[in-house]
Write a protein that binds this ligand. Structure first.
Ligand SMILES: Cc1cc2nc3c(=O)[nH]c(=O)nc-3n(C[C@H](O)[C@H](O)[C@H](O)COP(=O)(O)OP(=O)(O)OC[C@H]3O[C@@H](n4cnc5c(N)ncnc54)[C@H](O)[C@@H]3O)c2cc1C
Length: 477
């Protein structure tokens, strides 16, 4: 009986899973394996929220596999050693897996492939997590794209050419029993009351991901194109953690979005464009692998970031900056493990520009607290906002969180939801309570400085300080 290992990583699904599908077609016995090896990701080992998600997603995968006659094998330790051990125990002929695109994973997988192949193991890696392979696309001068629009024009026409594989419906487990760690033994599930609050907002796993996509298609992604910037409107897909863990593939999403009628074309197109941003983020990570820690624009290596971050950083993390939209966003993040994209931009801008704190501090906090923490998207998002990335917002374009709030949360529904202590303020002062006259504050029972803090910095002065700091690294004209 020929046996293959299917090594699951960020492809925790049975549908449209090329490694699993091909192994199930070619081998009599298949061992689905998950290896817990967080140290191999170095600085970017999964954060607390990701570990929570991963734990539940693995439980869901294990359940799905048990329904098709199989068992998820969980082991921990050095990846190559674990693979070798299992290959020896079970007389395995092949190891199949779907690629990850993070630089550390690509390097590790290359080493594993070379080493196992040298001993006669058939190692096959499949492409599925992205719509396009990062290595396939270069601009006319043979260099990687650094700007989204030409990248988008290059791939736009092929967005619908995504093959989607059928669900694997049966797997034969090996005759000889395979030892596995119980899921609970793998240190994934944070023992933290905070995880309970996150659990109330999400259901990890392939079935849940497909249900989310189904709802999106049923409502024809209604309001997405016009509403995606308004945090109080629940019009974005919330597929990001499902996509990150590969509970659903981008190809499946694009395939289903084709069902949207012509009248919904702008919503469909707008969503597909966001999926292209995700591809672009991975593309940049592949071509510029140092960007998770280093600014893409080298001039920013000299930027005079604030050296003592302690007080400001912890106030930002805890949503106590005194700027309501920023605090609402940071509260949403803490309570749900997710934050709306527009608010991610505003909270990130406030940290890097008004507080002058290095974007990596923000990226690390997001890494630990987001259920969709993703090295490519997080790096792109932070470098974009900080002004040092590819196709970045120019540094001098500094979001004013009050103006942004008045535009994108005019009725104050988002801020009132996450900061109920400010709910009684009239809309006029909700986004800038320090401007409220004392009789308004008294009438609503809000005491600034205790129930809600005074602003940590003056928005106008901190903006000027940010521009002055930027002047120090600008090349002379
Ligand atoms: C500072 C900052 C940090 C971010 N960190 C992350 C992160 O760690 N993980 C993450 O998945 N996204 C990150 N984003 C991008 C974006 O905020 C989220 O992908 C989006 O909010 C997820 O919500 P959704 O699934 O409802 O998105 P939708 O609007 O429904 O979009 C569909 C999918 O497209 C992709 N997408 C959407 N917007 C972007 C974008 N701007 N860049 C790249 N891909 C995008 C996501 O996979 C998303 O699930 C970050 C953005 C910023 C500004």
């Amino acid at each position: 009986m020929r046996t293959a290992i299917v090594w699951f990583q960020r492809d925790l699904r049975l549908n449209d899973n090329p490694a699993l599908y091909q192994a199930s077609q070619r081998f009599e016995q298949v061992i689905p394996l998950y290896i817990d090896a967080p140290k191999e990701a170095g600085l970017w080992a999964p954060g607390a929220a990701s570990r929570w998600w991963l734990h539940h997603s693995l439980a869901a995968l294990s359940d799905s596999l048990s329904r098709i006659g199989s068992l998820l094998v969980i082991r921990s330790g050095d990846t190559e050693a674990v693979l070798r051990e299992l290959i020896g125990e079970q007389g395995v002929a092949a190891v199949y897996w779907n690629r990850r695109y993070e630089p550390w994973a690509e390097a590790r997988d290359q080493t594993v492939t070379e080493s196992l192949s040298a001993t006669g193991i058939d190692c096959r890696r499949f492409h599925t997590g992205l719509l396009h392979r990062p290595q396939d696309l270069l601009n006319r001068s043979g260099s990687p794209y650094r700007v989204f629009t030409p990248f988008w024009h290059r791939i736009e026409a092929q967005m619908f050419d995504q093959p989607v594989l059928p669900r694997v419906r049966q797997l034969n487990a090996p005759a000889k029993p395979v030892a596995s760690l119980p899921l609970a033994d793998v240190a994934l599930k944070p023992a933290h009351a905070w995880a309970d609050s996150i659990a109330a907002h999400w259901r990890p796993g392939q079935a849940a991901a497909e249900a989310v996509l189904q709802r999106l298609v049923d409502r024809a992604a209604d309001g997405y194109a016009d509403g995606r910037d308004y945090p109080a409107l629940a019009v974005t897909s919330r597929l990001s953690p499902h996509l990150h863990f590969g509970e659903i593939s981008p190809g499946q999403i694009v395939y289903r979005l084709q069902e949207l009628a012509a009248g919904d074309a702008s919503n469909r197109q707008s969503l597909i464009r966001q999926l292209a941003w995700r591809d672009f983020a991975y593309y940049l990570l592949h071509h510029f692998p140092k960007t998770p820690e280093q600014p893409m624009n080298p001039r920013f290596r000299e930027f005079p970031w604030r050296s003592n971050t302690d007080r400001f950083l912890s106030r930002w993390q805890r949503g106590r900056t005194g700027i309501p939209l920023v605090d609402a966003g940071m509260t949403e993040l803490w309570e749900t493990g997710w934050m709306h994209n527009r608010v991610r931009m505003i909270t990130a801008s406030f940290l890097t520009k008004n507080l002058g704190i290095h974007w990596l501090h923000g990226a690390r906090w997001f890494w630990d607290t987001l259920v969709d923490a993703d090295l490519a998207n997080n790096t792109l998002g932070w470098q974009w906002v900080a002004g040092c990335g590819a196709d970045a917002a120019p540094y001098f374009r500094i979001f004013n969180p009050v103006t942004q709030a008045r535009k994108f949360d005019a009725e104050g529904r988002y801020v009132r939801r996450w900061l109920p202590q400010l709910a009684g303020l009239p809309n006029r002062y909700l986004h800038s309570p320090w401007e409220a006259p004392s009789d308004v504050l008294e009438a609503t029972g809000i005491e600034l400085g205790s129930a809600y803090p005074m602003p940590l910095v003056d928005l106008g002065q901190s903006r000027k300080a940010a521009l002055a700091a930027y002047d120090t690294i600008r090349t002379p004209a």
